[in-house]
Design a binder for this molecule. Structure first.
Ligand SMILES: Nc1ncnc2c1ncn2[C@@H]1O[C@H](COP(=O)(O)OP(=O)(O)OP(=O)(O)O)[C@@H](O)[C@H]1O
Ligand SMILES: [Mg+2]
Length: 375
């Protein structure tokens, strides 16, 4: 039988925090999410007492896992800053969040000093062109005059080293901090630099939090207007943890026009909504075929699915990127179109998308969802 949230809460009530009080009465527990036998929740504590709480986290994870029917449980310990204790110069990446949000049980990840806004590029499904879009979107934002960084958080298949032809490793500064790579005016960091290619896939999920923390906090990002995060595909535990751990100002969902991919896009949207990250909109990739010879356009997939879906779900539609040989060939060669053919039609498409993303980032707030998406 599928485990219920109440069963998980009952098992957590038997776990005591460092002060002896039950975890469920501590006020530090996030909402407990149970889906398909997978359990996920977080415990938000003050940064100063993280160590004392680590054994509690481990016990809570074991307790959740012991509930009949639970296949996997992931419990994240998040260090919450005290209200007003934000270091100077560290922007609140959730600026615009409703007043009192910090007081809620759901933890607000700490912003990255110097970085104004962090946005995720995500998809429910692999191979829809997320990384390609992330790179060209970052370059499009650069062309709008912004200082842009790009973080490759795809723990299962980092692709920025290839898409940006990066062969060197980042240098360490003073033995502890990493200096990001600069390419085409972008500040770049990839999880590929931190995780050994030999690391078995099964270990990668649990490594997410430490690798992410390292990439956000131990890298000299400098002053950035926007950091674009290329997320791993899917909506599993690792992705959910990431969505919750990174102080995201918004998420952009990439989808292809086919129905199947759109179902996954819906899952992606649902995931970000669950962790209270605004969905900035959907990009339809491989939307139509643009003939490299004559420039004629053909709608080989009966394109427009994502636009329709965006309308239905009440999220903005950010544009259509054609299926074009140049995008693939140039991406594979580490020569992204926006950087290498800036006057071409494809660069213009990505710049339009970037402008729409920026509009959403600056916008006065998005319309509320039209309906709740069922998982
Ligand atoms: N608009 C496009 N036109 C032509 N080829 C494209 C387009 N977008 C992406 N591609 C190609 O599709 C393949 C998959 O793209 P990409 O690696 O960006 O997808 P992804 O969603 O990041 O994949 P993964 O889920 O594995 O991370 C690549 O070979 C890429 O060059
Ligand atoms: Mg990718």
């Amino acid at each position: 039988m599928a485990p219920t949230k109440q069963q998980i809460l009952d098992s957590l009530a038997k776990i005591a925090g460092p002060d002896g009080a039950p975890l469920t009465a501590s006020g530090k527990l996030s909402d407990v999410m149970v889906s398909d036998g997978k359990v996920f929740f977080s415990i938000a504590v003050d940064a100063a007492v993280v160590q004392a709480w680590e054994p509690v986290r481990a016990r809570a994870e074991a307790a959740a896992r012991a509930v009949p029917g639970v296949e996997s449980a992931l419990v994240a310990l998040t260090a919450e800053r005290k209200a007003g204790a934000r270091p100077s110069g560290a922007p609140d990446a959730r600026a615009g969040a409703p007043a009192g949000a910090a007081a809620r049980a759901a933890p607000t990840p700490i912003g990255v000093p110097g970085v104004e806004a962090i946005i995720a590029v995500a998809s429910g499904k692999g191979g829809v062109g997320k990384s390609t879009t992330a790179v060209n979107l970052a370059l499009g934002l650069r062309d709008l005059g912004l200082k842009v960084g790009i973080l490759d958080a795809d723990i299962y298949g980092p692709s920025l080293p290839k898409l940006l032809a990066i062969r060197e490793r980042p240098q360490t500064l003073g033995g502890t901090r990493l200096k990001p790579i600069t390419r085409y005016g972008l500040t770049v960091m990839s999880i590929g630099f931190l995780i050994d290619e030999e690391t078995p896939m099964i270990w990668r999920g649990p490594m997410v939090i430490s690798a992410l923390t390292q990439m956000l906090r131990e890298v000299e990002w400098g002053e950035l207007d926007v950091m674009v995060v290329d997320m791993p595909p899917g909506t599993g535990d690792a992705q959910l943890t990431m969505a919750q751990q990174v102080p995201l100002k918004g998420a952009v969902i990439v989808s292809t026009p086919q129905d199947l991919a759109l179902i996954d896009a819906r899952r992606g949207i649902a995931m970000f909504r669950r962790v209270n990250v605004p969905v900035l909109g959907i990009i339809e990739n491989m939307s139509y075929f643009l003939c490299p010879q004559c420039g004629a356009r053909s709608d080989i997939f009966s394109h427009g699915g994502a636009r329709h879906e965006a309308e239905r779900l009440g999220v903005p539609f950010l544009g259509e990127v054609p299926l074009h040989m140049d995008i693939r060939e140039k991406s594979d060669a580490g020569l992204p179109v926006v950087a290498t053919v800036p006057d071409g039609p494809l660069a213009a498409v990505y710049r339009d998308v970037a402008a729409k993303v920026l509009e959403q980032l600056k916008g006065p707030g998005r319309p509320p969802p039209k309906f709740v998406i069922e998982e």
